[in-house]
Design a protein around this ligand. Structure first.
Ligand SMILES: Nc1ncnc2c1ncn2[C@@H]1O[C@H](COP(=O)(O)OP(=O)(O)O)[C@@H](O)[C@H]1O
Ligand SMILES: [Mg+2]
Length: 260
């Protein structure tokens, strides 16, 4: 059975697209069959983050508008361990997105282990469809007041109408030697969801797109954070790399709680 993971956030620029691509890559590297769908429209970034060109002209929007079949929209890169992917499209779909997601999920259920997609809560029609189709949501935030507050709004809005499991991901964490950093437990409390991962701020994010080599391929704390999130998503009990021996957050006593 395919598991559909929606990656969202309360504020823009929190790392939805980067995380969708890198989690899809990390799951593929574990031998899982993964389909990545770009569900932010107008801007295309997944191909650049993956470092792979799309082989199709048609997009997820075209599929929702009944202008393309699944075989017309999925790029299947030949390189092993790169997820199959669908681009978003220039315009947000006008067709029935819920119906499209449900039929896509049913049709691809035996072919893939995971469907991973970024989705903005600001696109209400798309977000409502995701609340119905997704099995799990990851809600990204940084530790700023506004982002945390907005991420808790998003968590609550998912809880209202969706049966999906919800996990928080704390991204772009900078350890301030003087001030220290907030405890992961406090972040989880404020968001209303347990954390499944913590990703440090990492300057490789800008190099990675320029070099066409995804962040996951760099041997950095953020690359490993994506690996750990992916392992937790398949139910593996990953030692708290972020907090354990030699972990990035060790000296700041981050406590990472997760359950799947
Ligand atoms: N952990 C991180 N460290 C440094 N830069 C990051 C990190 N996560 C994301 N970024 C950068 O932040 C910007 C926004 O990320 P993106 O994935 O496009 O967010 P969204 O899809 O939520 O708008 C991009 O330039 C990306 O490279
Ligand atoms: Mg994006």
């Amino acid at each position: 059975m395919v598991s559909f993971i929606g990656i969202t956030s309360g504020s823009g620029g929190m790392g939805k697209s980067s995380s969708a691509c890198n989690i899809a890559l990390a799951l593929s590297a574990m031998g899982k069959k993964v389909l990545l769908i770009e569900c932010e429209f107008g801007i295309r970034s997944h191909d650049a983050i993956l470092g792979v060109r799309p082989e199709t002209f048609s997009s997820f929007s075209d599929y929702c508008n009944n202008n393309a079949d699944l075989c017309d929209i999925i790029t299947k890169p030949e390189k092993s361990k790169i997820p199959h992917f669908i681009t978003g499209g220039i315009k947000s779909p006008e067709g029935d997105i819920t119906k499209a997601l449900i039929s896509l999920k049913a049709e691809l259920s035996s072919e893939y282990d995971f469907i991973v997609s970024d989705v903005s809560p600001l696109n209400e029609r798309v977000f409502e469809a995701f609340k119905i189709a997704c099995d799990t949501f990851l809600v990204l935030t940084d530790d700023s007041f506004i982002s945390l507050r907005n991420s808790s709004f998003v968590v609550n809005s998912i809880k209202e109408t969706s049966k999906a499991k919800i996990f928080g991901v704390l991204n772009k964490v900078v350890i301030d030697a003087k001030e220290g950093s907030p405890y992961a437990e406090d972040i989880a409390d404020e968001m209303g969801a347990s954390l499944i991962g913590i990703i440090p701020f990492d300057e490789h994010f800008s190099y990675s797109i320029e070099n066409g080599l995804p962040i996951y391929k760099y041997n950095t704390y953020s690359g490993r954070a994506y690996e750990n999130i992916s392992k937790r998503l398949v139910g593996q009990a990953v030692p708290d790399y972020e907090t354990g021996n030699g972990g990035f957050f060790n000296k700041n006593k981050f406590v990472l709680k997760y359950s799947i």
